[in-house]
Ligand binder design. Structure first.
Ligand code: COA
Length: 183
């Protein structure tokens, strides 16, 4: 995700998280932490192919972000356009975020999810997240509880000095570039 993605991301954000959409300032602040050698964030976007058929440049249809600190990653946000739900895009974004967690050498990844969000819960369970806690009334207004979910990360495989080309699983465009996690 780059700064020019913030506007289209905000459009999706307001539609998909009408009660607690992030502000532009929050995205700017997160992207600022996603650059440089001491970056602690990774934000990704998924775009449809552009008019020339090349990857990227088309409509922005998904995004996600991860924060890392002290060996723990946090999924800050993940969302896909409503007309792409059920196409596997959420899974591809999550795969890419978990890849970023591995790069940040995270031993575990945590997230919060609304108890009334079965689609997201199912996605996380499919990726090996387990419920480890409940935060009552975490989402306000509405007083909706959050489940805290955790996934242990496998240790990174040894680096054999191979040139790591692009991983098809990380199709969402990683970008040098959350903290109020979304449910
Ligand atoms: C949650 C979200 C990111 C999932 O994205 P997606 O592109 O639909 O993800 P996928 O297609 O990879 O997978 C969705 C899973 O939910 C399942 N699913 C679909 N409808 C469902 C329903 N009504 N109840 C339960 N599961 C459902 C799908 O079957 C699929 O699981 P499966 O592959 O095991 O069958 C997307 O729905 C979204 O952006 N929602 C709004 C924002 C949001 O809630 N974000 C999560 C915050 S924690």
């Amino acid at each position: 995700m780059r700064w020019w993605d913030i506007e289209p991301v905000l459009e999706l954000e307001r539609e998909l998280f009408p009660r607690d959409a992030w502000t532009p300032a929050l995205f700017w602040s997160e992207l600022a932490r996603a650059r440089g050698p001491y970056a602690t964030r990774r934000y990704l976007v998924a775009e449809l192919p552009g008019a020339d058929g090349a990857g990227g440049g088309g409509r922005l249809v998904g995004y996600g972000g991860l924060a890392a600190a002290g060996g723990t990653g946090d999924i800050q946000t993940i969302a896909t356009a409503r007309d792409r739900w059920g196409t596997g895009l959420g899974g591809r974004l999550l795969t890419a975020l978990l890849g970023a967690a591995t790069e940040f050498e995270c031993e575990e990844v945590l997230l919060e999810v609304r108890v009334d969000n079965p689609r997201a819960r199912r996605l996380y369970e499919r990726f090996g997240f387990e419920t480890v806690g409940l935060r009552r009334g975490y989402y306000q207004p509405g007083n909706v509880d959050a489940l805290v979910m955790r996934r242990h990360m496998d240790p990174a495989p040894p680096d054999h000095g191979l040139d790591h080309g692009p991983d098809p699983a990380t199709e969402p465009q990683g970008s040098p570039q959350g903290t109020v996690p979304h449910g």
